[in-house]
Design a protein around this ligand. Structure first.
Ligand code: GMT
Length: 382
């Protein structure tokens, strides 16, 4: 049970398919459900954000392309909108997801407001804002500056906290607040979804991602092509991006009758409940939200033991972890789960329990609310 006055939180994230935007949308939804206001500020409405829900607002940032510049700028109009929404709606906190350029824009917005009227700034690092851009001399100093100026910084895993300290030389405290997932009820029964997919008694493997190079779709396809017997499974890919660049590889590996693709799915729950085994071959993940989504549906996964993934899944207990880059190891682990429904049930049950205990909205959202109250108290009355 929450105590204290309702808060007004501005949230900025990338709106398209990607874990950080999905997490930020879910956080806004959960905050609104608890009586707070969530004001989303960005160039597009986040794709999973429900329409018409009380307490959820969207403030679009208009980017004019004057033709003056080779690259239109987003940071400045974003910061102006953040300042405007803070002033007009009395925001307590600007919570930005993914540092570049959101954290810098929030710091600028605070400077645009009169002394004592600025919001507290909370920056949540999600992954490549540290592991890729943090290494880039063209971004690193700006990221570090925005983190130093934020009232609080959080990372979605302890792995990412350590990387941030090491790569950016950040000395300030960083709170680790893991991601959460709160599944909505599926809209269609499992049997109906499996029929739609043309899946009978085979095991349904599931991969969900935005297909970026670090997801290593090449290894994923290579691995499933090695699974025996060939007719023991089908692989469903929930693609957050155009899958066509991989279609040739699917043909070359003789997987055309094994691989099913659905692009830009928003009712993920329908498919998650229909799956038997998750499969994630990334070379790096600070958390891997899709893995958690599968866990919530008692679906055990084969995943690479990289980055923050071992914080999410305990190998042999709530899933199977394999070394990165080893397609054979992925194939063997998938075969183990495909051929052993009892093991699937055991690992899947443990996965669901772990997700409920550690990564539920109740656990995680209250940690964010505590953090908001802490930073607001630190800034004094507005
Ligand atoms: O950092 C990125 O590459 C993008 C980001 C996203 O927007 O999807 O992904 C990161 O954030 C997710 C949500 O916190 C995590 O589940 C992903 O593991 C993480 N991706 C990487 O670390 C590569």
């Amino acid at each position: 049970m929450e105590t204290g006055r309702p808060l007004k939180i501005g949230i900025t994230c990338y709106p398209s398919v990607g874990g950080s935007g999905i997490l930020a949308s879910a956080l806004g939804e959960e905050l609104a459900r608890r009586g707070h206001e969530a004001h989303f500020i960005g160039y597009e409405r986040p794709f999973r954000l429900p329409w018409g829900a009380p307490g959820i607002f969207f403030h679009p940032v208009v980017i004019n392309d004057y033709g003056l510049f080779k690259y239109p700028d987003y940071t400045l109009p974003l910061s102006v909108k953040m300042a405007e929404v803070t002033r007009d709606h009395g925001l307590d906190v600007l919570h930005v997801h993914y540092a570049v350029p959101h954290a810098t824009a929030a710091i600028l917005a605070r400077w645009m407001l009169p002394e004592g009227r600025g919001p507290a700034v909370v920056t949540t690092l999600h992954g490549t804002d540290t592991t890729l851009l943090g290494r880039d001399p063209g971004y690193g100093p700006a990221i570090r500056h925005a983190l130093d100026q934020s009232d609080a910084v959080t990372t979605v895993s302890d792995f990412l906290r350590r990387e941030t300290v090491e790569l950016l030389g950040v000395e300030r405290p960083i709170d680790v607040i893991h991601n959460f997932f709160e599944p909505r009820p599926a809209r269609r029964p499992r049997g109906e979804v499996r029929r739609e997919l043309g899946v009978g008694s085979e095991a349904l493997l599931l991969h969900a991602s935005n297909l970026r190079p670090l997801k290593r779709i090449d290894i994923l396809l290579e691995a499933v092509a090695r699974v025996r017997p060939r007719d023991s499974f089908k692989l469903l890919i929930l693609a957050g991006a155009d899958f066509s660049p991989f279609a040739g590889e699917v043909q070359r590996l003789g997987l055309a009758d094994r691989v099913i693709v659905r692009e830009q799915v928003s009712d993920v729950e329908d498919y998650l409940q229909a799956a038997d085994v998750g499969i994630f071959t990334s070379e790096l993940e600070s958390f891997c939200l899709s893995l958690l989504e599968a866990m919530c549906f008692s679906c055990p996964s084969v995943a690479t033991a990289v980055g923050g993934i071992p914080e999410v899944v305990e190998s042999g207990i709530s899933g199977l972890l394999v070394p990165h880059g080893d397609a054979d190891a992925v194939a063997r682990a998938a075969e183990t789960l495909i051929g052993n429904p009892e093991l699937r049930l055991r690992l899947g049950g443990a996965a669901r329990q772990r997700a409920r205990a550690l990564f539920s909205a109740d656990t995680i959202v209250s940690r964010y609310v505590e953090l908001y109250r802490r930073v607001c108290a630190g800034r004094g009355p507005r």
